[in-house]
Design a protein around this ligand. Structure first.
Ligand SMILES: Nc1nc2c(ncn2[C@@H]2O[C@H](COP(=O)(O)OP(=O)(O)O)[C@@H](O)[C@H]2O)c(=O)[nH]1
Ligand SMILES: [Mg+2]
Ligand SMILES: [Zn+2]
Length: 255
């Protein structure tokens, strides 16, 4: 890691012997860009409202993180916004059923921050999510001394150094390091091979085995995954995301 020049800001430039990685590959570019590696905790961060979190966005983030060999936790921010609590319960249920740890929080009021603090203060973590969901606000709430820019930052990103795809590594007063990754406005930029996608849905592995090895869980007979969807053991929204991500990956495939 190389000091980027400003106090308390680091840029991950090269990482040796990485095991788990968070990779971004722009459309048409051959070399994947490693955003972070060997993280102890990775959080998919969305806001419940303003903007509202769709399951599809959440699933994109979770698949991205799973595809790097990491086990994400899900942070649902902006719990203080009116109506957010109504959306929090069904969303939490979907992802807790899958087995994910769900942390509903408000950077604004501080509600729910303690479990997040406990994780972020140990080892190296990354917050992954679109801009505007409150990633920087959460870090500021945990450590006001950071004074990270929030709010209209993304609107300005077309011109400033924030267009960089490098992660900034922020040191928390409590001892943890957090990679404040750039906003993922376009999560479709993230590349996961078609045949990897099903493995990024942990609940699919708990379904009955499919009749065919290499079953794509689309139209094959005796598909354990589709049976689990029909019987309600796999949430329909998760299966819809799987199909959508798979279709996108097929479109991206060269032939
Ligand atoms: N109501 C509410 N607004 C929040 C909360 N967290 C962040 N915001 C607002 O959401 C906007 C984006 O926050 P920011 O931290 O810059 O998001 P980032 O792009 O993910 O780093 C800012 O206007 C924040 O004030 C929260 O918990 N509640
Ligand atoms: Mg930010
Ligand atoms: Zn199947």
């Amino acid at each position: 890691m190389v000091l980027a020049g400003e106090a308390d800001e680091w840029t991950i430039e090269r990482v040796e012997d990485r095991i788990t990685t968070l990779v971004r590959r722009a459309r048409g570019s051959a070399a994947p860009k490693v955003l972070a590696a060997n993280l102890d905790h990775v959080f998919a961060v969305v806001s419940l409202l303003e903007p509202p979190a769709a399951t599809e966005l959440i699933d994109r983030l979770l698949v991205l993180i799973e595809s790097g060999g990491m086990h994400p936790m899900l942070v649902l921010n902006k719990l203080d916004v009116e109506g957010a609590r109504d959306w929090m319960a069904p969303l939490s249920a979907i992802y807790e059923d899958v087995g994910y740890r769900v942390l509903p929080v408000s950077a604004k009021t501080g509600e729910g921050l303690e479990p997040l603090r406990a994780e972020l203060c140990r080892g190296m973590s990354a917050l992954i999510g679109p801009s505007g969901v409150g990633k920087s606000s959460l870090l500021n709430a945990l450590d006001p001394g950071l004074a990270l820019l929030t709010g209209d930052l993304s609107a300005k990103s077309g011109t400033g150094r924030h267009t960089t795809v490098s992660s900034r590594l922020v040191e928390l007063r409590c001892g943890g390091f957090v990679a404040d990754t750039p906003g993922f406005g376009d999560v479709t930029l993230w590349e996961v091979a078609v045949e990897e996608i099903a493995g990024c849905f942990p609940e699919f592995a708990r379904a009955e085995p499919c009749r065919f090895r290499g079953c794509a869980h689309v139209q094959e007979p005796d598909c354990g995954v589709r049976e689990a969807v029909e019987s309600g053991r796999i949430h329909e929204a998760r299966y819809r995301s799987y199909r959508k991500l798979r279709d996108e990956a097929l479109e991206r495939a060269p032939y």
